[in-house]
Structures are given as structure tokens and as C-alpha cells.
Design a protein around this ligand. Structure first.
Ligand SMILES: CC(=O)N[C@H]1[C@@H](OP(=O)(O)OP(=O)(O)OC[C@H]2O[C@@H](n3ccc(=O)[nH]c3=O)[C@H](O)[C@@H]2O)O[C@H](CO)[C@@H](O)[C@@H]1O[C@H](C)C(=O)N[C@@H](C)C(=O)N[C@H](CCC(=O)O)C(=O)O
Ligand SMILES: Nc1ncnc2c1ncn2[C@@H]1O[C@H](COP(=O)(O)OP(=O)(O)OP(=O)(O)O)[C@@H](O)[C@H]1O
Length: 474
């Protein structure tokens, strides 16, 4: 694509170049790329334009403030609001790959990753070649690239879609975060089917109020972003969303007006609507029945050939989500990192715990602090012992984070506070009785802990397995 064609989008273009790709970080530049320089929390990205040029970038897209950093003579396109045009630009550069894919988007506070893995699992059983985009990884037909964000920035996303098509991809399954919707990262993709899991308190460092957070999620269901909507309406915000959309399909245990799917049963459940289906999920927890039902209904809505048979078993491997490491004591690693997810995870485990229910968690720094005491209260109300520890402190004082969680739990449960997470996990496992359940919550699949910019290897699953091995030693 020629740079000068961007003037049709209202950009001011100086010079011209043939562009074959796009990147928004100089370290990712490939020859022929358009380098996108946007301001961040630390630096204006256009400052890296010279280095990007040395790595093969042929032109720059930036805002008026970034223009001063563009090397003399380098072709440049200036947009007053880069975020507003970047998705369109990146999509055009790669020939609008999303238009040649059937695509599924999942949004909601909890369950996006799990539901996306479930959709991917069903589609793969239908013979599709899928691209999966989310918190754990980006993957093409099972080949994984680690993910930086839940929903990538436009340059990375459109490049991924291009690579997916080149690999013979037929389907895209994506988690779409509220941040991504607010920042227009997925523009101009129009998803074949968009799904909504639920909405509860989280991310109020980014969104001003819960209603603002909801409105950001609701953007996915506008007709410029999705052709069909499937919504878990047992959730209050899901119900509210369904009420405002004219053609949305509901899914839930509570029957609603209009087209929908009634869910009955537990791990083996029926989905009854225009047709009836018997489905099964082997993933533990009542909430995973909701995720599986939503995933099945989304694939049925897209009329994917073979879906009737494929939804009979919806049991993907989802790293770090209700991952059971041992049975006696039962040790479970889960990504629950807000109050609703903790409550759902703990209560589903309580159901078949004979001994004590032990929960270990902390909360990430530089993220929504308002949720910390609520998380503390939920853990206290539903657990017998609470190991209070660190998550990713980032730049915050870990002791302060723990104190804020403790404020919600104090007096309600026995609290054992051990900041060092590996020591806390080890202590919890060595202390456990065989009938106990230990929930290691908050970090799931994560393998690196960020302590004030210092990146430390830490995988709850590795630490827990070591501790379990120590228990087995005579
Ligand atoms: C924490 C946060 O808000 N960060 C924002 C910030 O990034 P940053 O601080 O890393 O940027 P920076 O370091 O100042 O760099 C500015 C620019 O220079 C570029 N750069 C920087 C250094 C360098 O050597 N070379 C270079 O090219 C960077 O790629 C960037 O484009 O500035 C960037 C550019 O505007 C934003 O995109 C970015 O938002 C990030 C993506 C963001 O919103 N992160 C989180 C909050 C997020 O989106 N999370 C959701 C998860 C939601 C969930 O849990 O459900 C997600 O979708 O992942
Ligand atoms: N439908 C659900 N309702 C409530 N909690 C859920 C649901 N599904 C999963 N959870 C809980 O939320 C945790 C995170 O699940 P998952 O990773 O699927 O969600 P997510 O929306 O992708 O989260 P994130 O955006 O933070 O990555 C799980 O480990 C589980 O404890």
C-alpha cells in the first residue's frame, strides 16, 4: 500500500513510500513497515522513529506532537488522533484480513479466556483452522506466541490476522477487553458473533464508574462491531444489555423473551432453543457450565457445519484456570483476581471439600485498588484459612496492598500473612491435611512476577508441585 493513500482518511501525508507492514514499537519493526509513534505513560513513541528507520521502517504515522521526532526526509502521515485511525490503517495495509475470517469475540469481566478456549475447542472439532487471541497467548492452530495484552494493539492484531490467513486460518476467536474497546484497538473488525459473559466490579482504575465500564463493554455489540450477539442473561448486566439490543440471543437458566437457549443441568447440560442439544464440560465449577453454554450457543449462532456433534464435549485445556495439581490435598491453581471470580471459584470448590478450604491470594499493584478489601471479605467469608500474600506488586508497596486486602478480612477468618508468594504457597501445602482443598488464586498461567520493575520467575504451579513433592518425601 502507498503511504499517500492515507490522505483519503483525512491524514496529512508528506512524502510517499510503499508499505508492507506496520509496527508500533521500534523493537518489532520489519523492513517495509510503517512505524507508528504514539505517546505512552513514559515516552512519546515517535522518539524511536530514527531507530525504526534503521531497522527498515519506510514511513512514520504519528500525531502533531510526534512530528518533531521524525528524521528529515522520512515520509510521514500525521493524524490528530492516531488511535481513531490506526485500526483502519493497519487493516488496510494487510488487505483487511478479518473480512476473510469467521470471527468470534468474547467480552465480560470473567470467563473470557475460558469461553474463548471453549469456542476454539469446538471449532477445531468442526475442522476449522483457528487463531486464538487472549490473555494467555496468541495461537494459530495451537502454535503459541506469548501475549502482552488481552487484546493486542492494532498493529500487532492486524499482523497476527495476516499471518493467520497465510497459515490457512478459517476462524478467529478473540477476547476483547474493555480497555481495547475504549481505545478502539479492534477497529475495523466486524465480528460474526460477539458474546457477553458477565460484568462485576473490576478495572475501576481505568473506567470511572461501573456503568462506564459496562458502556465500554457494550460497544462490542454495536452493529459496526458485530453481526450477531449472544448474551449470558442470568447476569444482571447481561440482562440489561439484552434488553437494549433488538436481535440479541439470550442464554441462561432463566427463560427470557425472544430467541434464546435455556440451560438445564450441571457438567452434563441441555441447551434448548430452536433445537435441543446435550453438552458436557469437564471443567470444574458451575460458572464453567455458563461459559460452555455461551460458547456452544455462539458457535450454533454462526451455523458452523459440524457444530451439533462438536458441542457434545466442551473440555479444552485452559492453562491456569481451575487447574487441579493434586487430589490429596487437592491443590487448584486459578486466575481468579477479583471478588466475583474468587467467590465463584471458592464456592465451587467448597461444594466437594471434606476438610478445610484454604485460599491463598494477593492483588496486583498499580491496578484497581478499590477491589482489594472486597476481595479480602469474599475470601474471608468463604474460606477456613486465608494465606495473604503478594501478586505482582508492580510499583506499589506490597505491604500496603496486603493491608488493604486485610482490611476486608480482619476478624472474619484466620489470616496467615506471608508476603513472599513462593514461601506462602509452600507453607500452605506443607500444612495441609489430605482432606483439605488449597486454592492458589490470582496468577493462573503467569510465570513472571513484577516487583517494582524487577522481573522474577514465579509460576504457582511449579512452586506448588515442588511443595507437593516435599510432602511425599519420607
Ligand atoms: C499501563 C498503560 O496504560 N500503558 C499504556 C502506555 O503504555 P506504556 O506506558 O507501556 O507506553 P510507553 O512506555 O510510554 O511507550 C509509548 C510508546 O512508545 C513505544 N516504545 C516504547 C519504548 C521503546 O523502547 N520503544 C517504543 O517503540 C511503545 O510501544 C508505546 O507505543 O501507553 C501505550 C500507548 O498509548 C498504551 O497503549 C498503554 O496502554 C496499555 C496497552 C493498557 O491499556 N494496558 C492495560 C491497562 C490493558 O489494556 N489491559 C487490558 C486487560 C484487561 C483485562 O484484564 O481484562 C488488555 O486489553 O490487555
Ligand atoms: N463465567 C464466570 N463467572 C464468574 N467467574 C468466572 C467465570 N468464568 C471464569 N471465572 C473465574 O474468573 C477467573 C478468570 O477466568 P478467565 O481467565 O476465563 O476470565 P477472563 O475474563 O479472561 O479474565 P481476564 O480478563 O482477567 O484475563 C477464573 O480463573 C475463574 O475463577
Amino acid at each position: 500500500m502507498k503511504l499517500h493513500t492515507l490522505s483519503a482518511l483525512g491524514l496529512t501525508v508528506t512524502g510517499d513510500a510503499e508499505i508492507t507492514g506496520v509496527s508500533a514499537d521500534n523493537r518489532d519493526v520489519r523492513a517495509g513497515d510503517l512505524f507508528v509513534g504514539v505517546p505512552g505513560d513514559h515516552v512519546h513513541g515517535a522518539r524511536f522513529a530514527s531507530d525504526a528507520q534503521a531497522r527498515g521502517a519506510v514511513a512514520v504515522l504519528t500525531d502533531p506532537a510526534g512530528a518533531q521526532f521524525v528524521p528529515d526526509g522520512m515520509p510521514v502521515a500525521i493524524a490528530s488522533d492516531v488511535a481513531a485511525v490506526l485500526g483502519r490503517v493497519a487493516s488496510d495495509i494487510y488487505g483487511n484480513p478479518s473480512e476473510r475470517l469467521r470471527s468470534f469475540a468474547v467480552t465480560g469481566t470473567n470467563g473470557k479466556t475460558t469461553t474463548a478456549y471453549m469456542i476454539d475447542h469446538i471449532l477445531t472439532r468442526c475442522g476449522a483452522v483457528t487463531g486464538l487471541v487472549g490473555t494467555v497467548a496468541l495461537s494459530i492452530a495451537g502454535r503459541e506466541i506469548p501475549a502482552r495484552l488481552t487484546t493486542p494493539q492494532p498493529a500487532d492484531l492486524q499482523r497476527f490476522l495476516h499471518e493467520l490467513l497465510q497459515a490457512g486460518g478459517t476462524d478467529l476467536v478473540m477476547e476483547v477487553s474493555s480497555h481495547a474497546l475504549a481505545q478502539r484497538r479492534t477497529d475495523p473488525i466486524v465480528y460474526s458473533v460477539a458474546g457477553f459473559t458477565n460484568l462485576t466490579q473490576d478495572h475501576l482504575d481505568y473506567h470511572d464508574t461501573l456503568d462506564d465500564y459496562f458502556e465500554a463493554k457494550a460497544l462490542l455489540f454495536e452493529d459496526t462491531k458485530s453481526e450477531a450477539a449472544v448474551i449470558w442473561t442470568d447476569d444482571d448486566y447481561g440482562y440489561r444489555l439484552h434488553e437494549r439490543l433488538s436481535n440479541a440471543v439470550w442464554v441462561g437458566r432463566i427463560p427470557r423473551e425472544g430467541r434464546g437457549w435455556l440451560v438445564e443441568g450441571d457438567a452434563a447440560f441441555t441447551l434448548t432453543g430452536e433445537s435441543q442439544h446435550v453438552c458436557h464440560t469437564g471443567l470444574p465449577g458451575e460458572f464453567n457450565v455458563a461459559n460452555a453454554a455461551l460458547a456452544a450457543a455462539m458457535v450454533l449462532e454462526a451455523n458452523v457445519p459440524g457444530a451439533d456433534d462438536a458441542i457434545a464435549d466442551i473440555t479444552p485445556v485452559v492453562p491456569g484456570r481451575m487447574e487441579v495439581l493434586s487430589e490429596r490435598p487437592r491443590v487448584v491453581v486459578d486466575f481468579a483476581h477479583n471478588a466475583d471470580a474468587l467467590e465463584k471459584a471458592i464456592t465451587s470448590l467448597r461444594h466437594d471439600t471434606v476438610g478445610r478450604l484454604v485460599t491463598l491470594t494477593g492483588s496486583a499493584g498499580d491496578r484497581d485498588a478499590l477491589k482489594r478489601p472486597i476481595m479480602g471479605r469474599v475470601v474471608a467469608e468463604h474460606s477456613d484459612i486465608f494465606y495473604l500474600t503478594d501478586d505482582d506488586p508492580h510499583s506499589e508497596d506490597p505491604e500496603k496492598i496486603r493491608a488493604e486486602i486485610r482490611a476486608g478480612a480482619e476478624g472474619l477468618v484466620e489470616i496467615r500473612e506471608i508476603g513472599d508468594r513462593a514461601s506462602a504457597i509452600t507453607a500452605a501445602i506443607l500444612d495441609a491435611d489430605p482432606d483439605d482443598t488449597i486454592l492458589l488464586a490470582g496468577r493462573g498461567h503467569e510465570t513472571i512476577q513484577d516487583v517494582d520493575g524487577q522481573l522474577i520467575e514465579l509460576d504457582d504451579r511449579v512452586v506448588a508441585r515442588d511443595a507437593l513433592a516435599r510432602r511425599d518425601r519420607p
